[in-house]
Design a protein around this ligand. Sequence first.
Ligand code: ADP
Ligand code: MG
Ligand code: ZN
Length: 470
Amino acid sequence: MQYDVIIGLEVHAELKTESKCFCSCKNEYGSSPNRNCCPVCMALPGALPVLNKKAVEQTIRAGLALGFEINQTAIFERKNYFYPDLSKAYQISQLEKPICINGHLKVFDKEIPINRIHLEEDAGKLIHQDDLSMIDYNRCGVPLIELVTDALVEPHIETADEAIEFLTKLRQIYIYAGVADCEMEKGQMRADVNISLRPKGSKEFGTKVEMKNIMGFKSIHRAINYEIERQKEILDDGGVIVQETRKWDNDKGESYSLRTKENAEDYRYFPDPDLLAVNISNEEIQKIKESMPLLPDQLKKVFLEEYGLNEYDSDVILANKEVSDLYRACLEMYFQPKSVANWFTTEILARIKAEDKIQIDKENLVWIIKSVDEKKIRRNAAKDLLSYIWGTGLNAEAEAKKQGIMADMSSDAVFEILDKVLQEKASVVDQFKQEQDPKILNYLVGQVMKETRGKANAQEVMEKLKERLS
Ligand code: ADP
Ligand code: MG
Ligand code: ZN
C-alpha cells in the first residue's frame, strides 16, 4: 500500500541570556555541577520566581524572525510531572497563551505552518556513571523556547530531508537573530519528531508516534526513516499504530517504546499563581523589530544582487554565521565580493570543516587576498602563507617579507631578466609573432617568474612583455 507521511516537529532551543528565566543565576554552559543554583531554581519552599525580561525579548525576537504574531498578553502555566532532574516537580511553561502564535518557515518550496513558540524553563541534567546517577541542576531554569509546527495544516513536512531542512534553516535563523547559539553537542537545540502515516489520498490523520530528544541532525534523519518504515510494515500487515513515545537508539539504529499515550491533560496545567500575565506593548515589539539584524534570506539577497555571487557560494558562506560575518567584515575593508568569496568557499571553508573555528583575522586575510589580486604574491605562495599563519597570530605581511615570497624585485631588475629570457627564447618569440597565441605569452611570463624565483610582479611582467613584442 502507498502512504502519505506527516511529520510534526517540536524544537527546543536554549535562549542566549545572561541569567536564568526566573532568577538571577547565571545561564552558562559548562560550569562545575550545581554551581549556578539558588532557592528559586532549586525550588526551595517560599522562593518566588521573577521573570527575566530579556528572555521574553528573545522569545519575541525569535517569533518576529519567523513571521509570528505576538500575543499581547501571555501567561505562564505549570506543567506538572515528576522526574529527578526537575526539582520543583513542575515546569513553568505556557499552554493557552504562548508569546508567539502562527508563524511559518519556508522549506524548499513549502511554507510550513508553525503553531507557536512558547517560553519555558529547562530542566537539570542527569549524569549516569556506572550504577550511580547524579543530578546537575545548573540547567534548571535556563530559558528555553519550544517551537511546535502545525502538522495538521497543509503543507506538511513529509520526508526526513524536509525535516532536516526545516531544522537547519531554523537553527540558522535563531543564530543570525542572536536568539540562541544552538550548539548541538551542548544540547542547546533538541528536537522531538512526531510521525504518522495514512493511506495515500485519505483525509483522516493516522495515529502519531513521538520520538523524543534525538541528538544531532544525522540521527534525526535516520530515526525518521526508520519510523516511517516501521509504521509501513505494521500497516501493511493489517496492524494498528499505537500512540506512544519512542526512544531512538542511534548505535543500534532502531527505536524502542518508552511509554504509551501522554496528553496535555496528564500534566494538569494551570496558570502559575506566582507569576503575573506578561503584557507586551506594540512599542516593545516595534523596538525589537528595529533592532533585528539581517537574517539569512535577506543577506542572501544582498549576496546575489549586490555582490554578484552565485547561489551556491552564497549558501555555503551563509551556512555559518561566523564565516559570513568575517566575509562581510573583509568586504568592508576591501570590496571585491567575488575575489574574497573565492577564498572563503575554498581555503577558509576547508579549514573550518576540519577545525570548526576561524583562526585568522580580517586584517591578515584581506592583506593576503589583496596581495594576490595585485600580483604581489603568487596564489600558491599565498595559500601556504595562510596555512602558516593560521591559528598563530602571526602577521601576514611581516611573515611574507621574512620568507621572501613577496614579488618585490625592482622593475629594472625584472626587465633585465625579461630581456635575457627573450634572447634565450628567440624561437618562441618568433613563433608568437606568427601565431599571436596568448598561451605563448603566459609561457614567457612563467619563464621570467621562474628566473626571478617568483619575486617579480607577474602582471607587470605581462605588460612589459606585450610592450616588447608589439
Ligand atoms: P502532544 O501533546 O502529544 O505533544 P501536540 O498536539 O502538542 O501533541 O503535537 C505535537 C506535534 O505533533 C505537533 O507538531 C503536531 O502538529 C504534531 N502532530 C499532531 N498530530 C499529528 C499526526 N497525526 N501526525 C503527525 N504529527 C502530528
Ligand atoms: Mg509533545
Ligand atoms: Zn537560580
